[in-house]
Structures are given as C-alpha cells and as structure tokens.
Design a protein around this ligand. Structure first.
Ligand SMILES: NC(=O)c1ccc[n+]([C@@H]2O[C@H](COP(=O)([O-])OP(=O)(O)OC[C@H]3O[C@@H](n4cnc5c(N)ncnc54)[C@H](OP(=O)(O)O)[C@@H]3O)[C@@H](O)[C@H]2O)c1
Length: 274
C-alpha cells in the first residue's frame, strides 16, 4: 500500500492517477478529500499531516509514502518508521541548492534531515519552479491579455508537475532509487516574459508582459503570504541571478521520456487562460 499526501495538489493528484493506472494499491490523506474525485479503489483518509492522531491510521499498513512538506508535519518520518514504512519519496525543493541561503530551502532541508534520521530509505525530489505557478497570471491574461511579474530578467527552468509525479512514481514503484537526490527541471530556461509570449502563442492572441518593480511586488506579496516566505522568494530570485539553474536531463533519465515543455503545459491548461 502506498500513501500519497498532497493528493489534491498539483503533483500528488498526478501521483495518484499514475499509481492507480499501474494497478498499485493507493491510499490518500487529505483535509478536504472531496476536492478531487478519486477512483473507487483509492482509499481515502480524512486527516491533517500536522495532527499525528489522524496521520497514524493513514500510515498503518503502508510500506511507501509520497510525502509533501507541511509545517507541523515534522513527526511524520519518525512515526512512519515506527509503523513499518520502508521508503519515503519526499517532494522537497530546488531552493535547497540556491546560491543564497533562504527560508524555503531551509524548511525543506530540515525535513530531509528528519527523514534521513528516521532510518527509512528515501528519495528526495528537488524541483525548480512549477509550471503551474503561472496559473497566478490566468485572470490578467483572460481579462487584459497581460502578464505582470517581478524579476522579468531571471531565468528559471520550470517543470510540469506531471513530470515530477512521473519521477515520484518511478521511485515508488521500481528499484534503484534508494537514498537518491533528484534535482528536477523542465527542458528549457525561460523568464516570465518568455512565458507570457508562449501563453500568447498557444492561445493565439497577444499577451503582453509588464515588469513589476521589486519593491512594489514585495509590498503586494506580503499582504498575501507570510513575510518569511516572501523574503525567501526574493532571496531565491537573487540566488538564481548569481547562479542560474542549468537545464537537467533528470526527468528523461528516470522516466525514459523527455521533460514536457512549457507550451505543452499551457495547452493542457489553456481553459484557465481563455
Ligand atoms: N510551486 C513551486 O514552484 C514549488 C517548487 C519546488 C517545490 N515545491 C514544493 O511542492 C509543494 C506543493 O506541491 P503542489 O503544487 O502539488 O501543492 P498544491 O497544489 O499547492 O497543494 C497543496 C497540497 O497540500 C495539502 N496540504 C496542505 N496542508 C496540509 C495539511 N496540514 N495536511 C495534509 N495535507 C495538507 C493539500 O491537501 P488538502 O487541502 O486536500 O488537505 C494539497 O493537496 C510545495 O509545498 C513545496 O513544498 C513547490
């Protein structure tokens, strides 16, 4: 039995789909499982990763776990080991490898360490920015044909959550991934302006790009996210300026298929931008 956490999220939902289509026994843990219609054979446990009273039944009888980062979930690796879990595939973050130390990297590194100390075998996935982050531009693309973003000059190598899920599924269902760290990127380096143009090409309409001054973006973001996270995001962007993320072939090496392009991701999600 494989427990999938974050199963209603961008990556976890795909992990469930792919494991289920392979015939694997899957259980999910979610605070709001009704958000997603899971296949009938998928066991659903309603619970919170920060509440060990609900995590315990979810982990009982499980031998592998797809784990996401949750503040308050620090006890999960130790409990998993006690309950007989053999392997944890952890959705960590490429922020750990940034040129500038930052809070997002630090939080994920702490959980990696807890997993190492727990005594289970593990696989750590360290993706670059998710392509799905672009959904934050959906409304302005729909209503104004516009993408507004800070750090217009900074290149990232965004990855399709489906590819992260495919790597996770390989690590959960085949041998050879014990205690491996997989740094994951998409197939091309893009800045936000490049992304705006690709969205426009796929939609067949002009999508303009407007750069937001960094201080204006910081003020806006701190109204919607904790200051520590906003600060970490700014440090990450500055770190990427100093040491750009190279394009890596990890997805193809592990899954046998090339990483999906941003254009493919926009086509799959075009409804959100129309
Ligand atoms: N976005 C990026 O660019 C990026 C880059 C590198 C790494 N990451 C990592 O990837 C993670 C996000 O993955 P995603 O995009 O697939 O997630 P997402 O779509 O934002 O979904 C978040 C998931 O977390 C679950 N969750 C939140 N709090 C929970 C709790 N207390 N107990 C149990 N489940 C909880 C939610 O489930 P319910 O609401 O159903 O409980 C949901 O399934 C980030 O948190 C980060 O660690 C992200």
């Amino acid at each position: 039995m494989i427990l999938v956490t974050g199963a209603t999220g961008n990556v976890g939902r795909e992990v469930v789909e792919q494991l289920h289509s392979m015939g694997q026994r899957v259980r999910v843990l979610s605070r709001n499982p009704e958000k997603v219609q899971f296949p009938d054979s998928v066991e659903v446990v309603t619970g919170d990763l920060a509440d060990m009273e609900t995590v315990k039944p979810a982990l009982t009888g499980v031998n592998k776990v797809f784990l996401i980062y949750i503040s308050g979930g620090e006890e999960v690796p130790k409990l998993a080991k006690e309950l007989g879990v053999e392997h944890i595939v952890f959705l960590s973050s490429g922020a750990i490898e940034s040129a500038i130390e930052n809070g997002i990297g630090r939080m994920h590194a702490e959980v990696e360490e807890l997993i190492r100390q727990s005594g289970v075998t593990w696989t750590f996935l360290r993706p670059d920015a998710f392509m799905s982050n672009s959904l934050q531009w959906a409304e302005s693309v729909r209503t104004e044909g516009m993408v507004r973003a800070p750090f217009g000059d900074v290149l990232s190598v965004p990855i399709d959550p489906k590819d992260i899920a495919s790597v996770a599924v390989k690590a959960l269902s085949s041998a050879g991934h014990d205690n491996e760290i997989y740094t994951l990127t998409g197939p091309e380096a893009l800045n936000p302006e490049d992304q705006a143009h690709i969205i426009g090409d796929v939609l067949g309409k002009k999508v303009a790009f407007q750069s937001i001054p960094e201080e204006v973006a910081r003020q806006y973001m701190t109204q919607h996210a904790p200051e520590e996270i906003v600060d970490a995001l700014f440090k990450l962007m500055q770190g990427t300026r100093i040491k750009p993320q190279p394009v890596l072939d990890t997805v193809e090496r592990i899954t046998g298929k090339p990483a999906r392009t941003y254009s493919q991701w926009v086509k799959d999600n075009a409804g959100a931008f129309r």
